[in-house]
Design a protein around this ligand. Sequence first.
Ligand SMILES: N[C@@H](CCC(=O)N[C@@H](CS)C(=O)NCC(=O)O)C(=O)O
Length: 220
Amino acid sequence: MLKLYGFAVSNYFNMVKHALLHKGLDFDEVTTFPGMDPAFNIKSPMGKVPCIETEQGCLAETSVILNYLETTYPAKPLLPADAFQRAKVNEIMKVAELYIELPARRLFPEVLAGKVVSDDIKADSRETLQKGCKALAALVHLPNSKYLVGDELTMADIVVRYALITGGLCAQKVYQWDLLSEVPGLAEWSKHMAAMDISKQLDKANQEGMAAFLQAVKAK
Ligand SMILES: N[C@@H](CCC(=O)N[C@@H](CS)C(=O)NCC(=O)O)C(=O)O
């Protein structure tokens, strides 16, 4: 059976877990925190979560895992049939990771641990986030569709949802800036995504694990 390594407060972990639950796949969840423990690094060489264990070995990197799951378990698809649209989904996922998730993460020390982040980093992150939102607005099919690409849920919806939880939290706390307002239709889409049973399940687990996670981060 597939094993999923990670923890409920990790948005990357939740991207993969959301896809596994959507596809109705059986998997064991192994609560694991990132780190350079040699035994874990055999599974995830960068020490990051999530990673999954398959019968053939382990895979890390969320977008790689999502595409592997899609190829191996094509039922309840999370990619469109058309090759160009599939690539568009991957383009949106890349934009979400590089230009929303990662600049927001540079603000984590201030947002999660109350440490000071320099004004230079703040200005740089803000500029990248602004460009990322602009790119997202250009790429997605909102506000005319319920989903980001086409008429069905894709892995782009899943990745953008969890990336915007990180990005939204950091932008709000540091800049008092509502990222959802940057893309027409994104606020409605976000509500619709949050109303899904799987999102509710993962958000609940996230909230339940948050206090302990914040304490561990501050103690570092
Ligand atoms: N590029 C990785 C990023 C995963 C990632 O950063 N996960 C966080 C937890 S949410 C982590 O493991 N952080 C520890 C670290 O960066 O060393 C992916 O797509 O899976």
